[in-house]
Design a protein. Sequence first.
Length: 407
Amino acid sequence: MAELLASLENYRVSSESGFLPSCPPLERLPNLYYEPWETVATSLAKFIDNGTLKKRVHSMPVLSTAFLLTEEEWRRACDTGRLPLSISQPMIEVSSYLGLPPVPTYAGQALWNFRRVGDSYLALRPEDVETLVSFTGSSEESGFFAVILSIEARGAELIPTMLEGIEAARRQDSRLLMDCFRTAAGVLTDIASLLQGMHKNCNQEFFYHRLRPFLDGIRNLDSVGLPDGVFFEEKHGGQYRKYFGPSNAQSSLFAFIDITLGIKHEQEGFEGKTATHKNTYLKEMRIYMPRPHRELLNDVERVANIREFVCAHPEDMRLQDTYADCLAALAHVRQAHIQMVARYVVIMAKRPLAEKSDGQSNSDARRGEGVNGTGGTSSMSFLKSVRNSVLQAKGETASKIHAYPQR
């Protein structure tokens, strides 16, 4: 819709940078009051490696968030079985301001956690960015998130394109809608290529044994003796909390393309659960998206009309073909993601563990869970069900075309 396109900045979204911030994230909070946070953040990998992180965190003062002045500063502040008050209190306050749960999320770990090292901010390539706050200090960790950022940057074009497509469907303009489908298919093809190139930036051994344990979240911790999650200390007591870790399901970009193309995820379940369970999980992932981004998704959902328009015109073969091509490109992205997870998680879970450092102990504890994704779901069955929703939408469209009398 033209109205949504004109007001994208109200949702902290740009037609040029998409769901990425419109300017590079802050590399450091400017107020020296927050130096204790910055000391831990910038040396996180070293403190994890030498085993001093817990001691340093417990010795930190409880700092107020009152001196965080800009949106960029709040984003910079977003970051055992017990989280001390020095971490939990500001984390809860910062997360509340940003409309996120107090846990590492896709936005916090990727969208707001990088520095640009190349010339172009809007045309990010994997070699153009580095991670700011790193769990491992490795270039492979930067490489992993760099691919994600490159996908978000390339996918930014989908936002104005598909909003224009919604407007075209509203005006019954098939020609313009077909142009939108062609543009979107090209972008999705590029995204699939970026996913397929992940191995050039991050190898599977590093991801599975060193990075993935930090992305598990705090929801499924029974195997490490924390069935209730992590206890967050508060001024007057505290409580146990459970949250999913960051995952691709928290990407507003992929939720946006599903909504605009009319992909429904109620058709089938996963892990033997009902289809409603899968759809509920994807809806729950919106809680892990920045508040303005999920507000945009909700508003787009209310006006999305593209699939309805296409299905209402089975006689327009060119329209049907371009829509089918666009769905095929999206299915290609989903398949590329499945192949990446198979390589980085499923195959690695079946390999004998090599000799590990102390920093890899969490991976050992979760080895029995094997094929769980970073967010806490059974990765392959879930991803296949999401891909199959796209293929089913494509198949239903083809069935309606074949049912239409040919002249």
